[in-house]
Design a protein around this ligand. Structure first.
Ligand code: CA
Length: 220
């Protein structure tokens, strides 16, 4: 899962990015509204966390432009305390949820998780695919009720495939949602990672759809 954080305050940005990475997300950061708008419109993210008070282009304009451009990515806005008009305007402009500053990082992560689930039509924090269960709150994976140890990168890949289980996910897309952009993976890395997951979960759990990509759940 790839999340874009648009936040100009360096301290907050650092804390949020650390929490995102710790929770198994690939995190991207924009420190002003222009950059946030550019990345949000040109790159593909699973969610955007958008501060409203931003230099160069304010967050409300970023939000309105993204929605006007047809970007449907779930957006969580960060608003100032007491600024209730801003929250109303934000929700009306297409934000999926808001959180008031200052916030507890745990609450931000819980709300982020909730808008991601709603975006994928998933109602609880657990994703089930056949015999496989992924608890997205604890980042824990079980197969037939038994725990399976997965690395952070394996977890990212598995979660993304599970969240998109209704289709084959192209390799390039999966790589984008597993690796940070600065750690350019070699072309084999993803195949090796999928091979490791197949060893752990059974080869039938991740099918290769030739010309399309990877699909979780096997032939079923
Ligand atoms: Ca700000």
């Amino acid at each position: 899962m790839r999340v874009l954080l648009v936040e100009d305050e360096a301290g907050i940005a650092e804390d949020v990015i650390e929490a995102l990475r710790g929770a198994g997300y690939v995190a991207a950061h924009a420190s002003d509204g222009e950059e946030g708008w550019f990345l949000g419109e040109t790159e593909s993210y699973d969610a955007i966390i958008l501060d409203l008070g931003l230099p160069r282009l304010d967050g409300m304009s970023v939000l309105k432009r993204l929605r006007a451009a047809g970007v449907e990515t779930p957006i969580l806005i960060l608003t100032a305390r007491g600024a209730w008009m801003e929250r109303v305007e934000g929700i009306d402009a297409g934000a999926d949820d808001y959180i008031t500053k200052p916030f507890h990082i745990e609450e931000l992560m819980a709300r982020l998780n909730a808008i991601l689930r709603r975006g994928k039509g998933q109602l609880t924090a657990t994703i089930e695919v056949g015999r496989l269960r992924i608890d997205t709150r604890r980042m824990n994976v079980t197969l037939d009720g038994r725990g399976v140890a997965v690395s952070p990168l394996e977890y990212r890949a598995l979660r993304y495939l599970a969240a998109n289980r209704d289709r084959a996910v192209p390799q390039v897309e999966l790589a984008e949602h597993v690796y940070e952009s600065e750690q350019e993976p070699d072309s084999n890395a993803l195949e090796v990672l999928v091979a490791r997951l197949r060893r752990k979960l059974g080869a039938e759990m991740i099918a290769t759809r030739r010309g399309f990509g990877y699909m979780i759940g096997g032939a079923a």
